[in-house]
Write a protein that binds this ligand. Structure first.
Ligand code: TYM
Length: 376
């Protein structure tokens, strides 16, 4: 794929497979999640989460500082969020999965933002009431991951304004229009709500410090598209007397189509957390781009290219947790011993096993959800 990758929080254009993450990291001014920093984490966690071992989380800002503080006894909290504009797909869940693991391993508090205001402001056809409805739906997927209700707080921008707004205006006072324009590409047509929104997304990066009067380090796992908000936020935090939040960047889980983005606007490009077994099997069989050959015969002879094969990439990113097994799948698929249909079946079984458990936990989350909302 040759089209240029364009990344902002509201638009990912171009191929997300084969992205040169080294180059992107340099452009963003982030550091690679290298062996040195991973080894430091491992000292506290034991075996690393598959998303870290396979480098799906690819880069960071200030993770060493988070670990320095942790080692001095100053525990960090975790912050991430979701813009509720429809049902969640697998890509949306990945940062939350790492958060759940971090909460367990480091005993960390978890602060979650549901940015219903953002989705209302950004999407021309979105009603505020619908974004609020999706909030109620999406939190079930988040809670289903097993966050500790005693240590997890969910904020909704339009509902928790009493707590959030006074902090947001403190940020907004330092965020000028030229910065917002140059970071996000805003024009004269952009509504002023969107220009303000970065101030709202910054709030939970320092709210626990503001409320407690102590400097509590903040770690933000997110998809790379959200980094621009935190570049702005990190510049402003010292002006308010707070540390910059540390950030952990996930790569993009590719959509099912060739080189593609997983996008809500292309329903067959994504697997939703509420998809049935049959829908999952159907989407993968029919839409998962294959790096294999046209016929089984050719595949046996020439082998496949796992690097462009969506099913392999998904197994490698997350779904095949066993390091030996994924190596074997790579060898067999590449050499032609394994056919595309066999590889796809492995993925279908993994995704369906994951979703079966997830959907059961999602049902149970309905009973627990009240424990998670932030009360102003
Ligand atoms: P949203 O709802 O678009 O996405 C939620 C989270 O999922 C990540 N993400 C992906 N990660 C990997 N592969 C994909 N295909 C993929 N698609 C989405 C996003 O990067 C994001 O981390 N403005 C935010 C909500 C938000 C937030 C935050 C996110 C509020 N506060 C703090 C991160 C940190 C949004 O609309 O995300």
């Amino acid at each position: 794929m040759t089209d240029k990758l364009v990344i902002t929080p509201w638009e990912i254009k171009g191929s997300v497979m084969g992205v040169d993450y080294e180059k992107l990291m340099k452009e963003f001014g982030a550091d690679a999640l290298n062996e040195q920093v991973l080894a430091r984490m491992r000292k506290h966690t034991g075996q690393l989460h598959v998303l870290l071992r396979r480098k799906f989380f690819v880069s960071h800002r200030d993770l060493n500082w988070i670990l320095d503080e942790f080692e001095k006894g100053n525990k960090f909290y975790i912050y991430t969020g979701r813009g509720p504009s429809g049902p969640m797909h697998l890509g949306h869940l990945l940062p939350f999965m790492l958060c759940k693991w971090l909460q367990d391993r480091f005993g960390a508090e978890m602060w979650i933002q549901m940015s219903d205001d953002e989705k209302f402001l950004v999407k021309p056809d979105m009603k505020l009431e619908d974004a609020q409805k999706w909030t109620e739906d999406n939190v079930l997927d988040i809670i289903a991951l097993g966050f500790d209700p005693k240590k997890t707080h969910i904020f909704v921008d339009t509902k928790n304004a009493k707590t959030m707004y006074p902090q947001a205006v403190r940020v907004a006072k330092h965020l000028n229009l030229s910065t917002a324009k140059s970071v996000f590409g805003f024009t004269g047509e952009t509504n002023v709500g969107i220009a303000f929104y970065t101030a709202m997304q910054s709030v939970l990066a320092f709210l626990p410090s503001a409320l407690s009067g102590k400097q509590i380090p903040c770690l933000v796992p997110l998809g790379l598209d959200q980094d621009p908000h935190f570049r702005v936020c990190r510049d402003i935090m010292p002006k308010l007397g707070y540390h910059k939040p540390a950030v952990l960047h996930a790569k993009f889980l590719s959509g099912l189509g060739e080189g593609g983005k997983m996008s809500a606007s292309l329903p067959n490009s994504a697997i939703y957390l509420i998809d049935s077994e049959k829908v999952v099997a159907d989407k993968i069989k029919r839409h998962a781009f294959s790096g294999g050959q046209k016929t089984a015969e050719e595949q046996r002879k020439l082998g496949a290219n796992p690097e462009i094969d969506v099913s392999y990439q998904w197994l490698q990113a997350f779904f095949e947790d066993d390091d030996e097994r994924i190596k074997k799948i790579h060898e067999e698929y590449k050499s032609g011993k394994m056919l595309t249909s066999e590889l796809k079946q492995i993925l279908i079984d993994k995704v369906n096993a994951f979703l079966k458990n997830h959907q059961a936990e999602r049902e149970k989350a309905k009973e627990k959800v009240d424990k998670f909302w932030w009360k102003d």
